[in-house]
Ligand binder design. Structure first.
Ligand SMILES: Nc1nc2c(ncn2[C@@H]2O[C@H](COP(=O)(O)OP(=O)(O)O)[C@@H](O)[C@H]2O)c(=O)[nH]1
Ligand SMILES: [Mg+2]
Length: 344
C-alpha cells in the first residue's frame, strides 16, 4: 500500500495497492447492495464500501490501474488510513525532493520561483560529479555553489525575528502591519501583550517567523514580571532582534538599556512630529504604523532593512544547483572543507 497524497489531513486520500495485494483488497470491498466487487482495468471508478472487521469504515472509489494495481480514493481523515494500515501494513510514502517540498509549502512567489528552478536540477548527482573534478575547477564551482546555497537556504528556513522594546513603543502595531492583519492586541494601555506571539510572513521575498513580545517597563504585578521574563527568553532565541522605539518621544532610559550593537533599531510613529535622536542610539529605519493602509510601505522598509543586514540578494532563483536541505548542505560543506575552502 502506498500513499499518493500528502500524509495528514486532507479532503481526499489516494492509496495504491500493488497487484499482489489485489485479492486481499477486493475482499474488503462490498458493493452498495452488499455484494462482492470485481475490478476491470479501464472501467470507470467504482463506488464501494470499505469493510474492515465487518464494519463499514468508508465509502470509497476504486480504480483498476491494471499492472500498477488498484487505487482507492478515500475520505481524507488519517483515521481511515490508520485502519487500513492495521490490515495492510504502514503505507509507503513516496520520497519528495527538497524542491517539491518547498513548492508544496511556499508562502511567497519568490519561494515558488526558486522551487521551480531547483526542480530542474538533481543536486545530489551534481555534488557527486563535483567530487570527481580537478581541484582548481572544483574550488571555483564549490565557492559559487556555497553562495547559491546560502541564499537558497534563506528561502527554506525562516529567520526568527523578535520585536522587543519598552511598553507602548508600538511593537504589536508594527507586528500587525508586518503580517498584514490584526494578529496582536495593540493599544495605549501598558502591558497588553503578555505571552509572546509568533507568526510567519514573507518580507522582501524571504520567509520570517516574527515574534511580538511583552514590553519592558514597570512590572506592576508578578504576572507582568513573568511576561517580561518570557520576552527576555524570546530575545535570546532570535536570529535577529528589532528594538522598537517611539520616534515621537525620544529615547528613554529603557531604550538605552535595551540597545546592543547587533540589534536593528526601528522607530515607529513616524506620522507624528519626531523627537531628536542622539547618534549613539543609531536609528536604522522610521516607519508609520497608525494606518493599516501603510502596511505595504512598512513591510517594504523593514524587508529591505533585514535583507541588507543579512547581506542577501533580491529573492528568487539563484542561477544554478543549490542545497535546499541540510543533507545536501552538509555534503557541500564537507566537499568545501576537503578542498580547503573556509567554512561559510
Ligand atoms: N500615531 C501612531 N500611533 C501608533 C503607531 N504605532 C503604534 N501606535 C499607537 O501606540 C500605542 C501603543 O501601541 P502598541 O503596538 O500596543 O505598543 P506595544 O506596547 O509596544 O506593543 C497604541 O495606541 C497604538 O495605536 C504609529 O506608527 N503612529
Ligand atoms: Mg504589545
Amino acid at each position: 500500500m502506498e500513499l499518493l497524497t500528502p500524509a495528514g489531513h486532507g479532503g481526499v486520500a489516494v492509496v495504491t495497492f500493488a497487484p499482489s495485494e489485489r485479492s486481499a483488497l477486493l475482499a474488503c470491498l462490498r458493493g452498495r447492495d452488499g455484494g462482492v466487487v470485481g475490478a476491470v482495468a479501464g472501467a470507470p471508478p467504482l463506488r464501494a464500501n470499505l469493510v474492515l472487521d465487518q464494519v463499514v469504515v468508508d465509502d470509497v472509489l476504486m480504480v483498476d490501474r491494471a499492472t500498477r494495481g488498484l487505487e482507492l480514493h478515500l475520505h481524507g481523515s488519517p483515521a481511515v488510513i490508520d485502519l487500513l494500515a492495521i490490515r495492510f501494513g504502514e503505507p509507503r510514502i513516496p520520497a519528495v525532493s527538497a524542491a517539491d517540498e518547498l513548492l508544496q509549502r511556499a508562502i511567497s512567489r519568490e519561494q515558488l520561483h526558486l522551487a521551480l528552478e531547483q526542480r530542474a536540477f538533481d543536486v545530489p548527482a551534481y555534488l557527486r560529479v563535483l567530487a570527481g573534478q580537478p581541484a582548481e575547477w572544483q574550488r571555483r564551482e564549490l565557492e559559487l555553489a556555497l553562495q547559491r546555497s546560502r541564499v537558497a537556504m534563506a528561502h527554506v528556513l525562516p529567520c526568527r525575528l523578535v520585536l522587543v522594546g519598552r511598553q507602548n513603543a508600538g511593537k504589536s502595531t508594527l507586528f500587525n502591519r508586518l503580517l498584514f492583519r490584526e494578529r496582536a492586541l495593540a493599544g495605549p494601555v501598558a502591558g497588553l501583550t503578555r505571552d509572546p506571539i509568533s507568526d510567519a510572513a514573507s518580507l522582501d521575498g524571504y520567509p520570517y517567523e516574527i515574534v511580538d513580545t511583552a514590553g519592558e517597563g514597570h512590572a506592576s504585578s508578578p504576572v507582568d514580571q513573568r511576561a517580561m521574563d518570557r520576552a527576555h527568553v524570546e530575545r535570546a532565541r532570535g536570529d535577529l532582534v528589532i528594538l522598537v522605539v517611539d520616534g515621537s518621544v525620544g529615547p528613554s532610559a529603557i531604550d538605552h538599556s535595551m540597545f546592543e550593537s547587533d540589534v536593528l533599531v526601528v522607530a515607529t510613529k513616524g506620522d507624528l512630529p519626531q523627537a531628536h535622536w542622539p547618534p549613539e542610539l543609531r536609528l536604522d529605519a522610521t516607519v508609520a504604523c497608525a494606518d493599516t493602509a501603510g502596511s505595504g510601505l512598512v513591510r517594504a522598509a523593514i524587508g529591505a532593512l533585514l535583507r541588507d543586514r543579512r547581506c542577501l540578494p533580491p529573492a528568487g532563483p539563484v542561477g544554478g544547483p543549490a542545497a535546499l536541505c541540510s543533507g545536501d548542505l552538509n555534503t557541500l560543506q564537507q566537499l568545501a572543507s576537503a578542498a580547503g575552502l573556509p567554512r561559510a
